[in-house]
Design a binder for this molecule. Structure first.
Ligand code: NAP
Ligand code: ZN
Length: 348
């Protein structure tokens, strides 16, 4: 077994603090990665604080992992020591259900294994990227083609990148389509960059007037302050697709009214409490849809990483030492992140 330092929450109310855990020795199909950087997703906060009522403690969050391969098993063909590698939100799935066969492991009918807090359907707890090293099955490890100097800025692509890329692709964001992105946080800022790179006309909806200039710089064609009924009214019936990343319950009707006939709003934000019920008339009169989307499959995650490498897309980050993580969570709750915290693991 390989001992590694980590940071863990011991309960829903305790701050994250130093912790030690053991990784398995790499088996024939395994890749061992020295973690260099790990992004801080709002899901880490929801999970560490038990907001989804499913956390197993101690909990070591972190599913935006980038680092260097330090060892591989005999059967590993696609990685060798020294390679850069990434690990996202999943480290395993059943491999034989329809979803797994179709490369949509995140919808595995027998339950994928999360990188942390993984055994939703049984098995041992899993510990995530707020640690120095991780051992993962080769088929769940991603190649990174970006320049090594940008590695910290690649980390957030492993969750925020794929969680926005997958629904944008699924619902056809591209030239001639008007796409709304709701919330300019970790997911939202990647959504703006990716939707812009896909060629869509992008409208950013934010509650924060201080983010207007950033929204435009990141790729939004226009920015709407969502707390202004007048500004919202100007977009009524205009949008083909809305990607809603907000991490708190809010009025969905305000956005449904902005969709064209047959438009879809996909929810990716996962608040602890339900949204207030939406008015069915906003759906039936224009055959609009509310949908959801969960991260993305491994094949699509690699496609997204390559797309971002080809288009020079990186996350806008603030690098932090691990000891700052509890303050980072407090700032995230205030929407005070530009636009992703990334932990420098050398600080652990
Ligand atoms: P984040 O960085 O905290 O960004 C959330 C943004 O939502 C904020 O920056 C803010 O943007 C906006 N917002 C508006 N009202 C808010 C309120 N009352 N409270 C909090 N935020 C508010 O979070 P994130 O990491 O992007 O994650 C967003 C959500 O997606 C979380 O619930 C997370 O768990 C979930 N998630 C889902 C998946 C999936 O697979 N579906 C994957 C990863 C994360 P403005 O200032 O622009 O209004
Ligand atoms: Zn995440």
């Amino acid at each position: 077994m390989i001992k590694t330092r980590a940071y863990a929450a011991r309960s829903s109310t305790s701050a994250l603090a130093p912790f030690e855990l053991e990784r398995r020795d790499p088996g024939a199909e395994d890749v061992q990665i020295e973690i260099l950087h790990c992004g801080v997703c709002h899901s880490d906060l929801h999970t560490a604080r038990g907001e989804w009522q499913n956390t197993i403690y101690p909990c070591v969050p972190g599913h935006e992992i980038v680092g260097r391969v330090v060892a591989v098993g005999n059967g590993v063909r696609r990685f060798k020591p020294g390679d850069l590698a990434g690990v996202g939100c999943m480290i395993d799935s059943c491999g034989h259900c329809d979803s797994c066969h179709e490369g949509e492991e995140q919808y595995c009918e027998n339950g994928f294994t999360g990188t942390y807090n993984g055994p939703v359907f049984g098995g041992e707890n899993t510990f995530g990227g707020y640690s120095r090293t991780i051992v993962v099955k080769e088929s769940f490890v991603l190649h990174i083609r970006h320049d090594e100097k940008d590695l910290a800025r690649v980390a957030p692509l492993l969750c925020a990148g794929i969680t926005t890329y997958s629904p944008l692709r699924h619902w056809g964001a591209g030239p001639g389509r008007t796409v709304g992105i709701v919330g300019l946080g970790g997911l939202g800022h990647m959504g703006v960059k990716i939707a812009h790179a896909l060629g869509a006309h992008v409208v950013l909806f934010t509650t924060s007037p201080g983010k207007i200039a950033d929204g435009e710089r990141l790729g939004a064609d226009s920015v709407c302050i969502s707390t202004s009924p007048q500004q919202m009214a100007a977009h009524a019936n205009q949008l083909d697709f809305i990607l809603n990343t907000v991490a708190a319950p809010h009025d969905l009707d305000a956005y449904l009214r902005l969709l064209k006939r047959d438009g879809t709003m996909a929810l990716v934000g996962a608040p602890a409490e339900p949204h207030p019920p939406s008015n069915v008339f906003n759906l039936i009169f224009k055959r609009r849809r509310i949908a959801g989307s969960l991260i993305g499959g491994i094949r699509e995650t690699q496609e997204m990483l390559d797309f971002c490498a080809d288009h020079g897309i990186l996350s806008d980050i603030e690098t932090i030492p691990i000891a700052y993580i509890n303050s980072a969570y407090e700032r995230m709750l205030k929407g005070d992140v530009k636009y992703r915290f990334v932990i420098d693991m050398a600080s652990l």
